[in-house]
Design a protein around this ligand. Structure first.
Ligand SMILES: Cc1cc2nc3c(=O)[nH]c(=O)nc-3n(C[C@H](O)[C@H](O)[C@H](O)COP(=O)(O)OP(=O)(O)OC[C@H]3O[C@@H](n4cnc5c(N)ncnc54)[C@H](O)[C@@H]3O)c2cc1C
Length: 474
């Protein structure tokens, strides 16, 4: 593999690593170690052997060379938001990119160069002054790294496509410590657009940008008894919309401050529409949904792109306990809708939520041969169990609710899954998710760039395709 920086010799001792590494190197007992090993999901209390807090690409390369020479497993941290806690493992070298959050914008060419530890908010803050954005997720403290490499659904996705569709280039530290520009390696660039963190450490993304201005947003609330009819209206509305309309739903305990007191503290359906076209036309564009399903309470307004991106920031704070189960759905009304409402009524936590959204648009129109699978899935539905440390004795109850919610939708599932919403899964599940042809192609890229599976703390694509579905990732 031709490299931008050739792989220097192995770093065989911690002292040698210290002499080459510019950021903090933290071991148990060091100040900052306990803070640096924390990830967003409070379920994971893991203790790495070493936390290598990189300041630059050469640091990441040195840390990989040290870990492989020492025979230690490697984990990579971008924003630390993976629900399965893949960024951190007991006894591993945690290659932590969270000090690498610089973004530069080339407005003329509509490109952003974002370091591998950037959060979505870093990217938006840099691009918004130019009236530009890279389509990404809906919570601004999520990491660009994991989200972009695995896919990236968000408010702009129906209009412009997924985040991974916007990766124009990447600087990558490979398993042997060499550094390459993915632009020079079309197979690697292809795999980075949906294959997750399997192929190397992306220390800098080059991302294509799109125009992003103010949007019109409407939220309607429906008590549980009205939810089945509202879901039918939602289906008819969402499937008929132009790509500038994004309509999503959530079933959860009603607590929003704009709700009248009489409607609070009970299971409810919230339908949110975001109109990316002329904000002045937003109310008119939303009217057919409201006519078909008048909400019990509603709120609407025009938001800047930055306000839109920050809307979800407070609902899923760091350190709480989370478990997510997700599926693609072919159908949302009738029996599956009734199951969803039942699951919402049985939800054991005031913080947990069932989210769903109609996809289509530019997601479905994207390259069918890209590494990202299942572009044709009509709906994605995610049960996000969320509770606090005080309720940790009921972990099993919350996990069972999320699992049971998706299990009860089995008959209407489209097949496949979204790699970024998955827990630790048996190896066979990952192969099934990508499908045989795409998985074989990803495995070939993996063999070329990471034949020893150094980067395996992820939803793992194995270099050798095995028929044994019993292995569990991570
Ligand atoms: C609150 C919240 C909101 C979310 N919203 C959305 C959403 O709107 N849309 C959506 O599509 N997803 C969303 N997600 C899911 C999100 O895409 C995944 O959790 C993703 O893994 C987060 O990436 P991260 O860098 O923060 O995670 P980390 O835990 O840091 O990393 C996860 C894995 O990604 C890989 N990785 C991360 N950075 C790099 C890098 N620079 N180079 C190589 N590998 C890397 C590593 O394998 C690592 O194990 C959300 C998650 C949370 C917790």
């Amino acid at each position: 593999v031709p490299a931008v920086i050739a792989a220097p010799s192995h770093i065989t001792s911690a002292a040698l690593l210290r002499s080459q590494f510019t950021g903090p190197l933290l071991r148990a007992g060091d100040p900052g170690y306990d803070q640096a090993r924390r990830v967003w999901n409070g379920m994971f209390d893991r203790r790495p052997a070493l936390i290598a807090r990189c300041r630059c690409t050469a640091d990441a390369a040195a840390a990989v060379r040290y870990a492989t020479a020492a025979g230690l497993p490697v984990t990579v941290r971008g924003g630390g938001h993976n629900v399965a806690g893949t960024a951190v493992a007991d006894g591993a070298v945690l290659i932590d990119l969270s000090l690498m959050r610089r973004v530069t914008v080339d407005a003329g060419r509509r490109l952003a160069h974002a370091e591998g530890g950037c959060l979505l908010g870093d990217l938006d803050a840099a691009t918004a002054p130019h009236g530009l954005a890279c389509p990404a997720g809906v919570v601004s403290h999520t990491g660009v790294g994991g989200l972009a490499l695995g896919g990236g659904y968000g408010w702009l996705a129906r209009r412009w496509g997924l985040t991974c569709d916007h990766i124009a280039g990447a600087e990558v530290v490979l398993a042997d410590g060499s550094v390459v520009a993915a632009e020079d390696h079309p197979d690697l660039l292809w795999a980075l657009r949906g294959g997750g963190g399997n192929f190397g450490i992306v220390t800098r993304f080059t991302l294509r940008l799109r125009p992003a201005g103010p949007v019109y947003r409407h939220v309607g609330m429906y008590p549980a008894q009205d939810a089945p009819a509202a879901l039918a209206a939602y289906r008819d509305f969402a499937e008929a919309q132009p790509d500038d309309m994004h309509a999503v739903g959530a079933l959860q305990r009603a607590s929003a401050p704009w709700l009248p007191a009489a409607l609070r503290d009970r299971p409810a359906l919230f339908l949110t529409t975001v109109w990316l076209g002329d904000p002045a036309a937003g109310a008119q564009m939303t009217a057919p949904l409201l006519a078909a399903a008048p909400p019990a309470a509603q709120t609407a307004g025009v938001l800047s792109h930055l306000e839109l991106q920050a809307l979800g920031d407070h609902s899923e704070p760091h350190g709480h306990r989370y478990y997510t189960r997700s599926c693609y759905l072919a159908e949302l009304t009738g029996e599956p809708a009734a199951e969803l409402v039942r699951a919402a009524v049985e939800n054991p936590s005031a913080l947990s939520c069932i989210d769903f959204e109609y996809l289509g648009g530019a997601i479905a129109a994207g390259d069918p041969d890209s590494a990202f699978p299942r572009r044709d899935a009509p709906y994605i539905c995610t049960a996000s169990a969320h509770w606090t440390d005080r309720d940790r004795h009921r972990d099993a109850t919350h996990i069972a609710w999320a699992r049971g919610t998706v299990d009860r939708l089995a008959r209407w599932q489209h097949g496949g899954n979204y790699v970024n919403y998955m827990q630790a899964e048996p190896a066979g599940k990952i192969a099934e998710l990508y499908g045989a042809t795409r998985y074989a192609r990803l495995a070939a890229v993996k063999r070329r760039y990471d034949p020893d599976n150094v980067f395996r703390a992820n939803q793992n694509i194995r270099p050798q395709i095995s028929n044994d579905p019993s292995g569990v990732n991570q």
